[in-house]
Write a protein that binds this ligand. Structure first.
Ligand code: NCD
Length: 304
């Protein structure tokens, strides 16, 4: 039995396989519509979500399976003080696979040690978000046709942004990938990611404050929201929240084949006028999330 807690638990060959299956699902969804007949997915979301939870649910329905779960911790027994270990042990009796989001870093890992069915980390605090990264990789594959030879700008909240941490890990395994880390001083990438991922793998990266200076060299621009819920005080959030706003003017100097990604939800960091730019990929990216999660569910349930 296999869970997915960290994106690096999947080899690059397995990621290629998942992407191939996702593309096949896109081409012929009917072929997959009964693959999970009689199977149940539980979505245990102790933290808010729109895309991740609904795309997991849409994915399971698209495979002909069933879904149960809860969408907030106050509607579950967590509000009564139940531990994650007990919750997943019980839910293991009701479901064949569990997708879990939790505000505490490491909670899905703990869950995987107590569950009797596979656990998928659907985001743990400011740590990791492996299925968002699979979504991002499918999007990059469809947009660029390669994972090598890319200059990737990551912009916004690199400190608390779990999607950023996971995508850096995943992309660090390909050749000639360069990162441009764009953030204010207070929201720089954590030291452990620099040491354990970037330096350890000899990945080229620069840190900058300026989106304008960085934009011309980028193949991919990954915008992120400032993670309000992880701040200790609201004043800091208010001061930092609008540091970056991508608009048509800033995009004038970008490559014509730039791909603009964002895990969503967007707050202010991409002006709505950018949505009609052919380089904007974030709504397609959200749709890709359903297909790659279908592929992942099939893999973890061992369905042919
Ligand atoms: C992201 C998350 O939850 O980390 N959202 C998502 O899953 N698509 C990004 C965010 O909330 O900013």
């Amino acid at each position: 039995m296999r869970s997915l807690i960290d994106i690096l638990e999947l080899s690059t060959a397995e990621i290629d396989e998942l992407i191939d299956v996702a593309k096949d699902i896109i081409a012929d969804p009917k072929k997959y519509s009964e693959k999970c007949h009689g199977k149940t997915l539980a979505t245990l979301f102790f933290e808010p979500s729109t895309r991740t939870r609904l795309s997991f649910e849409a994915a399971m329905y698209g495979l002909g399976g069933n879904v149960l779960g809860f969408a907030s911790s106050d509607s579950s027994s967590a509000a009564k003080g139940e531990s994650v270990a007990d919750t997943v042990r019980v839910v293991s009796g009701y479901a064949d696979i569990i997708a879990m989001r939790h505000p505490k870093e490491g909670a899905p890992l703990v869950a995987s040690m107590h569950a009797l069915v596979p656990i998928i980390n659907a985001g743990d605090g400011g740590h990791n978000h492996p299925t968002q990264t699979l979504t991002d990789l499918l999007t990059i594959s469809r947009e660029k046709g390669r994972f090598n030879d890319l200059t990737i700008g990551l912009c916004g909240d690199l400190k608390f942004g779990r999607t950023v941490h996971s995508i850096i890990g995943a992309m660090s395994r390909y050749d000639n990938v360069k990162f441009v880390l764009i953030s204010p001083e207070e929201l720089k990438i954590p030291g452990y990611i620099k040491q354990d991922v970037l330096d350890k793998n000899n990945i080229e990266y620069v840190e900058t404050r300026s989106l304008e200076d960085a934009i011309p060299e980028l193949d991919i621009l990954y915008m992120t929201r400032v993670q309000r819920e992880r701040f200790f005080n609201e004043d800091d959030y208010i001061r930092l929240k609008d540091t970056y706003i991508l608009n048509a003017k800033k995009l004038e100097k970008a490559k014509s084949d730039l791909s603009i990604l964002h895990p969503l939800p967007r707050v202010n960091e991409i002006a709505v006028e950018v949505d009609s730019d052919p380089r904007a990929c974030y709504f397609e990216q959200a749709l890709n999330g359903k297909f790659i999660r279908m592929a992942l569910i099939l893999k973890l349930l061992g369905v042919e």
